[in-house]
Design a binder for this molecule. Sequence first.
Ligand SMILES: [Zn+2]
Length: 402
Amino acid sequence: MLKTQEQRLRTHLEALGAIGALPEGGVNRFTYSKEYYEGVELLRKLMTSAGMTVQVDPVGNVIGTRKGRTDRILLLGSHIDSVPNAGIFDGCLGVLAAVEAMQTLEENGVELKHTVMVAAWAEEEGNTVVGLLGSGAFAGRMDSLTNAAIEKMEALGIKRESVPAALFPDLDKIDASLELHIEQGGILDQEKVSIGVVNGIVGIERYDVTILGTKNHAGTTPMRLRDDAMQKAARLIVELDSLARETDPEMVCTVGRLEAFPGVANVIPGEVRLTVEVRAMEPASMNRLKKHIETRFPEGQCSLRTTFQQVPVPMSSICKEAVSKSAEALGLSQRVLNSGAGHDTMILAERIQHCGMLFVPSAGGLSHCPQEWTEWRDAANGADVLLNALLELDQKEDAEFQ
Ligand SMILES: [Zn+2]
């Protein structure tokens, strides 16, 4: 089996990680910043020496192309922009492992049937304009770009027309897309499993919930005569936690913000507003929690407003099989899991039928912080699986992608 070079991948990750490195630890490499374009130039160099032709499209996506025998395309990639004070693996691993895979093919004189495109999607993290801008523009999915986002872009010298101009004209030639990413959670690390085969990217729903009670004097109102909105909220929060656990082992539910009114020590709260966020692969699981909130209290005492909704994105079975088969052939342990975080693949999947993702362990489940870490061997395992899954997909008949 073809294998990538761990040491070279490490050198490249460290070199990219040094761009935007902060003296106190961590990395700032925001899209369209000086550091971002330094990263783009490094990538251009690495892609070129791996035998690719490189283009930077109008929104700043870096796309390396390696010609195959046909014009059918396999797409690999992730992102090189960062959150503030980031680690060096998030996004960068997926891009540099794909470049490493291309370098390995070059060195071994392997010609593929498919043309391979390796992309570093601009602005995945959304610190400069809006999240998933690059992959969205590539896939023609940015119709909903807000005026605020467009203003930010124009202030950076990126024209409004750039977004439609970045739309890739040959989306229908892309047979499949694969993204390697660090897990950013602790499942693989805790279970000592090398490769996560991503089943899907979970759906997200966020609700603003308002619970009403009766505002009254905290000293003169005996316990039996109270209608305390905070007590109702507290019960609901505990119930949602249990309900999430019993409904779906893959589901998560979070109450991240809570405000009491009038919000003083000596008044029984007459109103509590809280946010509920649920994430799950199964829409039915999310619905069950939503229903519980809506029907928990008598009419008029509780209202729910949906503020954000993102449907679950299942990964394609031929991609999952290719990843799983490669991990097995390489003798690496694997497990199926969902992605609780959003990724570029989520947007690409709206236009590309066969999308897949694979994860490697994040030490301690930490990410989006300077402590974010993946062992070099784990990173290289991910690159090896990515490479061999690509070869696996390349050998499929055209009809299998239909
Ligand atoms: Zn990422």
